[in-house]
Design a protein around this ligand. Structure first.
Ligand code: ZN
Length: 292
């Protein structure tokens, strides 16, 4: 059987990425000319041509400024999900700040989209040891799943010892759906998109995802950002590493995406993981034994 993979987009603009946070303060965001709505428009066209649906983890800050874009995502049959409101790392918000951030984001998204928003993805995969309250707060705020962890070793995020496949975090009824990795030489290697998808040859990525789908019979979760298909975006004068990661191979991205959409089967998270996310009906009660 062909395994379907989850296609996800983190809807934020080019000036909001964590790698630029040191040179672009939050207070300066409104000074940049937005490109996210045009880029999401191109993504919607590309997905429509390929006949696929996906999940759009959208920032509340962006949704408020681009309501027509939010409605277009929903109207095209995609899943609307939350990327929080202001893209702050979750551990910097603290428990009360996190609650306020996700509450505001979900309210904005549900009002504009006119749909329930069960899904959430933490900015920069910033769930971990410093956020032990995160899942409980998510659940209390009405979310049913999170796709916020990356079980790899990385300088900005990740926990190489975290589970690779969906699990219920301790004390919680919601599901965590980790970003995709492949096991090689006793290590988890990222196979989920982001900068690695632009850096490595496409065939390596394809081999990794095939191994997951055919060998392990598991669905993958792929993610990218609208700014990754936009070579014309204004250049931000950040450090060397940040610039390398952000601007590498942007022009090649739409073509690579086309191949990826062709080579694998794709769908929204709530469809790919429907067996986990749809509550099973209560088992029928065994019939009382007949009495003589
Ligand atoms: Zn993000």
């Amino acid at each position: 059987m062909v395994v379907r993979n989850a296609l996800t987009v983190d809807v934020e603009d080019y000036f909001q990425v964590q790698a630029f946070a040191g040179v672009v303060p939050r207070s300066g965001w409104d000074g940049f000319s937005p490109r996210v709505d045009a880029n999401v428009g191109r993504i919607l066209e590309q997905f429509a041509r390929a006949g696929v649906h996906g999940t759009f983890f959208t920032l509340g800050w962006i949704a408020e400024r681009h309501p027509a874009m939010v409605r277009a995502i929903v109207a095209a049959g995609h899943e609307l999900a939350s990327h929080g409101y202001g893209h702050a790392l979750v551990h910097t918000l603290g428990e009360a700040g996190f609650r306020a951030d996700i509450h505001r984001a979900r309210g904005v998204l549900e009002d504009l989209g006119g749909v329930a928003v069960p899904g959430y993805r933490a900015p920069t995969f910033s769930f971990g040891a410093r956020t032990p309250w995160a899942y409980q707060v998510l659940e209390q705020e009405g979310h049913r799943y999170s796709s916020s962890t990356f079980p790899i070793r990385h300088d900005l995020y990740g926990d190489p010892d975290a589970p690779r496949f969906p699990y219920r975090p301790a004390g919680s009824t919601l599901w965590e759906l980790p970003l995709t990795t492949v096991r090689l030489g006793g290590r988890n290697l990222p196979c989920a998109g982001g900068g690695y998808f632009r850096l490595l040859p496409y065939r390596l990525f394809r081999a990794g995802l095939r191994r997951l789908n055919r060998g392990e019979q598991r669905p993958g979760i792929f993610y990218f950002h609208p700014w990754e298909i936009d070579p014309g975006q204004p250049r931000i004068q950040a450090g060397r590493t940040a610039r390398f990661r952000h601007y590498l191979n942007l022009a090649a991205m739409p073509g690579r995406l086309d191949r990826l959409l062709r080579d694998f089967a794709w769908d929204r998270i709530d469809a790919v993981f429907a067996d986990l996310l749809t509550p099973a009906p209560a088992p029928a009660r065994p019939r009382e034994p007949a009495t003589a």
